[in-house]
Design a protein around this ligand. Sequence first.
Ligand SMILES: *[C@@H]1O[C@H](CO)[C@@H](O)[C@H](O)[C@H]1NC(C)=O
Length: 378
Amino acid sequence: MAGLTRTLLASLALSFYPGLVSALTSTLQQVTNFGSNPTNVGMYVYKPTTVTASPAVIVAIHECTATGPDYFEGSPYASLADTYGFIVIYPSSPNSGTCWDVSSPASLTHNGGGDSNGIANMIPYAISTYNADPSAIFVTGSSSGAMMTNVLAATYPELWRAGTVYSGVAAGCFVSNFGGVDAWNSTCAEGLTDDTQQQWASVVHAMYPGYTGTYPPMQEYHGTADTTLYPPNLNEEVKEWSGVFGYNAAAPTEVLDNTPLSGYTKSIYGPALQGILAQGVGHTVPIQGDEDLKWFGIIPGGAAPPPPTSPPTGTTTIGTTTAPTAPPTTSSAPPTSTSGTVAEYGQCGGIGWTGGTVCISPFTCQVSNAYYSQCLPA
Ligand SMILES: *[C@@H]1O[C@H](CO)[C@@H](O)[C@H](O)[C@H]1NC(C)=O
C-alpha cells in the first residue's frame, strides 16, 4: 500500500521556477532544535535579506516523494517572499516516501505527538526567532501537503490566520481505522467518503476536544480531472468547513465563473470559505501564488476576513464523534432528486451518487470519471 501511495501521489509534478531560486536574495536554511519534534519533521526556512519589521509567515507543505527543499524550488513562495518581505517555512516529511501522516490518531489530534505536532511547534520558534507576526501565520500545501493543511487547520486552529489547499482531502478523511501512521485510504482517495457537514464538523472538533476558539478561513482548490484524489473530495472539504463555520455547503452565496483563471469556478460559501473547482485540471492544480497572497491579505484584493467569532452552528457534538468506521453507503441525503434541478457545475452522477441526475437547462450531465459526473455547458 505504501508503494501504491507513492506511485499515485508522485504523479503530482510541480512546476519548477528555473532561475528564480538562484535569483533570490537569500538562501534556504535548515533549522534543527526548533522545539519538541516527536516524529522528527524537518524544518527549512527561507528568510529574505529584507523582511518587514514583524513579518508574516507562510508554512508551505510539500507533496509525497518531495521534500521541503523541493517545495522551496517548486513553488512561487520564496520569490514572493523576496518581493513582499515575509518568511516561508518548508516542513519536510520524516516518513518513508515522504507522504505526511494524516491518518493516525497522533497526527489527527492537537498535541497528539504526530507530524502535525512537529509542524505546529515551528510557529512559536518563528515568532520568537524572527519576530514574526502571530496574527499573520498562514498554511498551504499541495496533495499530501494539502491534506496536512486541512489537518493543521483542524488540529491547530489557533495558529493560522488563513489556509489554502491545493488538491487535498478533508481533515480526517484519510483516517486509518487501524490507527496506521501515514496510511493510504482508498475510500477517501476515490471520493467515496460522503459525510454530512455536521458529521465533518464533529470530526474536526474531535481533533481538538474542548477548543472553543475560531477556525481559520480556508480556500480549497481541486481539479475536475483529478484521478489520484477524486473530485468529490472538494465537496467533502467544503462540507467540512461549512459545518465548522455554520455555512450551507449546498448553497454557495456566490459563484464566480472563470475565477481566478479561465475554466476555474470559485464558489463562496461565506466569508471564511471558498471552493475553487478547476475544470479539466488533474491532480496538479498549479499554485496561484498571487491569489494566495491576496487571500492571506499580504497583497490587496480579497483578503480573508478575520476568523468568524460567533459560535458556529451544528457543533454540539464536540469531541463525541469520530469518522465512521465503515465506508459510507448511500445514507447521505441528496439535495434533491427531482428532475432538472442540478445547477451548473453541480454533481449529477458517479458511483455512490444518490443526488439529482438531471441538470438545469441548458447544462448537461457529463462524465468526469466513474465517480463524478458534473453539469456543464453542452
Ligand atoms: C478510510 O477513511 C474513511 C473516512 O474517510 C473511514 O470511514 C474508513 O474506515 C477508512 N478506511 C480504512 C481502511 O481505514
